[in-house]
Design a protein around this ligand. Sequence first.
Ligand code: PLP
Length: 411
Amino acid sequence: PAFDPKNKMIAKSAKLANVCYDIRGPVLERARQMEDEGQRIIKLNIGNVAVFGLEPPEEIVRDMIRNLPDSAGYTDSKGLFAPRKAIMHYTQQKGIANVTIDDIYLGNGASELIVMSMNALLNPGDEVLIPAPDYPLYTAAVALSTGTPVHYICDESVGWMPDIADMRSKITPNTRAIVVINPNNPTGALYPREVLEQIVQVAREHQLIIFADEIYDKTLYDDAEHVSIASLADDVLFLTFNGLSKNYRSCGYRSGWMIVSGDKRYARDYIEGLNMLASMRLCANTPGQLAIQTALGGYQSINDLVKPGGRLRRQRDLAYELLNAIPGVSCVKPQAALYLFPKLDPAIYPIEDDQQFILELLEAERVLLVQGTGFNWKKPDHFRVVFLPHEDDLREAIGRIARFLESYRKR
Ligand code: PLP
């Protein structure tokens, strides 16, 4: 029976013991309660772009509406031909070689495909190298797939670049893959070609798969250029994840994709596993699939938001300046994505439990953030700020954070 009479409960699977996703964790629960009580909370906690008045491009919305009556059916498990063809064209633009239509999988957001790719690969004891800090889905997905997440450090003192020596030192005979999140959530770092080449070299030497998350590849500031790591080699196996959620402000449409590229010679069995899992969930939602072609081939309005004077660029600059002006707070300027990951000087803010710290901030100032340990950063000395709200709201929110920190210093 499912009911365990001794412990008087229906227990969750032991597979979930190490699965954690704090971005939607207990602090958010408390924020919900406070909102139910009628309090207004400024939310700098999640990259839910469209709710901040950053709506999807009009042409995508119109296209979705037009297609809706004809998109009630299942599609092929990997997805419809036309959007996959559009993605194939995009891989050509990004310099990812030899991608055929069969190498492209559409999903209900990149999230589904990330979990699928780990599930299809890992056995108990298999290790995957994941950045710290990370986007915590990777650590959770590896744990759920009975693998062991092993974190390599990204170094704040050099703009949050991956520490290649640390990465190398953590490789064991059980290591199967390296996760590279570029542009990075939560740090906003964008990796130059030389850093990516070093990661490819590590993968090459140890025959590791590279999982490349490039979901922010068009959300770039300061005229930066994004290099797809999969464009740098054809003798390593790459799985590249992307989608409409961020660059096209359409995360509710749940539209993402995965591209298998590079050295597929020995990957036939793994690819069979991927195909099996893609079949089991039947297909990605059809309206979301149909939006892809219009998005990739349409007007790239993200460029207007990130250019000098653009809304996202102004908000990034403002948040960066205001946070750095708070005593004992320092942060690296994000070159991409939607986040800052400031550091709290432990000599000034001796925090022991950063979730508690974030909860106290929420109670005192009605500003919602996510604690650094929620991104598998081991020390309780960071937090993540989403700079999506309008400048007025950002000014208000960071002002409240500053006030809270001032009271914290006086404790
Ligand atoms: N990858 C990264 C790095 C993210 O930050 C996010 C969302 O915040 C996702 C993947 C999830 O993407 P999707 O909405 O396509 O599932």
